[in-house]
Design a protein around this ligand. Sequence first.
Ligand code: PEP
Length: 252
Amino acid sequence: MRRPVIAGNWKLFKTIAEAVSMVNELKPLVAKCQDVEIVVAPVFTALSRVADALAGSNVKLSAQDCYWEEEGAFTGEVAPKLLKDAGCGYVIVGHSERRQYFGETDQTVNKKAKAAIAAGLNAIVCVGESLAERESDKTFSVIETQIQGGLSGFSADAFDQIVIAYEPVWAIGTGKTASDAQAQEVHAFIRQLIARLFNQSIADAVRILYGGSVKPDNVKGLMAQPDIDGALVGGASLKADSFAAIAAFNAL
Ligand code: PEP
């Protein structure tokens, strides 16, 4: 059984005070969701204070990005071990906004995911096709290239710390969700690809999240798909009640 993950990516939103207040509101709302792994990803500056606020709760902490070096003359970067130090258990790597606006490539995603795992973090590795790629029937080849490049050189053991997020770029922040069937088709493809590149037992165990305008009213249909093991949620994760409703998808 793959334990579902519901992760909230807060992007560039919320001050420290707003982030702390949000998790204080969230904690009691999700306290009973024990069969789901719940994760929030605030901005770097709020991580440590949110970690304190989450202590003793069932909500885990993620960063939104990391660098691949442990330390050195890399102005502005944050190393995985510092994220761990700030209380993170997770880090998102290769989000489409990082790929689109900050030059992230499959090679940098690979280095970041490796460094995150070496530091003891779980890496949420994001992949997804653009609208133009989908419309020109390139979805599967794009996903294959991203998975092959992003996860190249990983050992079987590393997969205990890898979560994959399939996020079609055309569905992120647009209000357009992939249909349950469209999402399932790509998730099944990713699982088969992992079986081909690594092995069947890794493929059976790895959790593959869907991301792209997930809301309380569409999460249940998505989560009912056999290869969808959770959600990476942007907009709807910014409010405690909507994020809690998504985390409680089983009860909806
Ligand atoms: C995301 O930020 O990863 C995301 C999926 O955003 P949204 O839910 O707003 O589409």
